[in-house]
Design a protein around this ligand. Structure first.
Ligand code: PEP
Ligand code: MN
Length: 351
């Protein structure tokens, strides 16, 4: 049964402006939308401005908007996700990071590193190896959502400081998981991208708060979430005004037990069709077995992924979490070389 939400019945409108529309035209349309009770979200692509009206407007007639000066088209959106829908940004979202790395463009982004930050020595070596392999981001959890309360829970702020230090030393960006609202402020000075883990994909209070920060977020698919639920969770972040959002397929629970999860490669092209947001694949949590990570990484890129998030550890046998799915450094290096060869087939590049 597809999820039916109240939002699905709500009236939401997209107004696509003409390429040559003036700022005055745009402001006039925004005023009319606000008068009707819409919250207006504005996005400007290379030429075209698109206005999305969400909220609970009084009755309205789209044809009234179609005839306003500078308007190319106006229509109601019926899907329950509005700002996440591709129509809001037909050409796709790109996110530019402080060092110039662009996510969602032609180049496939590689994020790699250990599951957890364990020590200065471990994370520094990881950063050096990840950089040498060709990645742009260093990953590593400082706050860890462990299935058991007796497992290693992460280094906390100390881990954040270490991530920042070694990323700056090696010229990498930092992505790390946020588990609760109180961590957001603490994390901001140290990180380049928040990771929302599978277990928190439906932590709506956390998502709402992340909608108010001005730092990119990568949100993973929940372990039993449908694609529509992923997009509705994305909507929580986007509706707060944070449009710098990436989605990530990381495997779902199925009846299969041989692999840790079932990597749903099909979710990647489906998401690419439904949303303008960059889509990542996390083959590490997707399969949970090291030797199957490279083929699933290649499959993700072949399926249209804009990036990969992968676990690599300098010494996986000694890892404090997820060692079995962590690549050896040389495996990551070999994989990136294969990705470089594969990417052009699907019109992409790998740095
Ligand atoms: C992780 O990236 O280490 C992690 C905990 O991932 P997930 O939320 O996908 O389980
Ligand atoms: Mn992990």
């Amino acid at each position: 049964m597809p999820l039916q939400t109240a939002a699905a019945k709500e009236s939401t409108m997209i107004v696509a402006m003409q390429d040559q529309a003036t700022e005055e035209n745009i402001q006039h349309v925004i005023e009319r939308m606000v008068d009707l009770g819409f919250n207006v979200h504005r996005t400007t692509g290379t030429q075209q401005t698109i206005l999305a009206g969400v909220g609970k407007p009084t009755e309205f007639d789209v044809t009234e908007f179609k005839v306003l000066a500078g308007v190319q088209d106006a229509y109601r959106i019926t899907q329950p996700y509005k700002l996440a829908g591709r129509k809001f940004r037909p050409e796709g979202t790109t996110i530019t990071f402080p060092n110039g790395v662009v996510v969602g463009g032609k180049e496939v982004t590689i994020m790699a590193g250990p599951c957890s930050v364990e020590s200065r020595e471990q994370i520094l070596l990881s950063a050096q190896q990840v950089k040498a392999a060709g990645a742009q981001f260093l990953r590593g959890g400082a706050y860890k959502p462990r299935s058991s309360p007796y497992s290693f829970q992460g280094m906390g702020v100390e881990g954040l400081k270490l991530l920042r230090e070694v990323a700056d030393m090696t010229g990498l960006l930092v992505i790390t998981e946020v588990m609760e609202i109180s961590q957001i402020e603490v994390m901001l000075p140290y990180i380049d991208c928040f990771q929302v883990g599978a277990r928190n994909m439906q932590n709506f209070n956390l998502l709402r708060e992340l909608g108010h920060v001005r730092k990119p977020v990568l949100m993973k698919r929940g372990i039993a979430a449908t694609i529509e639920e992923v997009l509705l969770s994305a909507e929580y972040i986007l509706s707060g005004g944070n449009y710098d959002l990436m989605l990530c397929e990381r495997g779902i629970r199925t009846y299969e037990t041989y692999t840790r999860n079932t990597m749903d490669i099909s979710a990647i092209p489906v998401l690419k069709k439904l949303t303008h947001l960059p889509v990542f694949g996390d083959p590490s949590h997707g399969v949970g077995i090291r030797d199957f990570v490279p083929p699933m990484a290649l499959a993700s890129v072949a399926a249209g992924a804009d990036g990969l998030l992968m676990e690599m550890h300098p010494n996986p046998d000694k890892a404090m979490s997820d060692g079995a799915q962590s690549l050896f450094p040389e495996q990551l290096e070999k994989l990136v070389a294969q990705l470089r060869a594969l990417a052009p087939v699907v019109g992409r590049t790998v740095a």
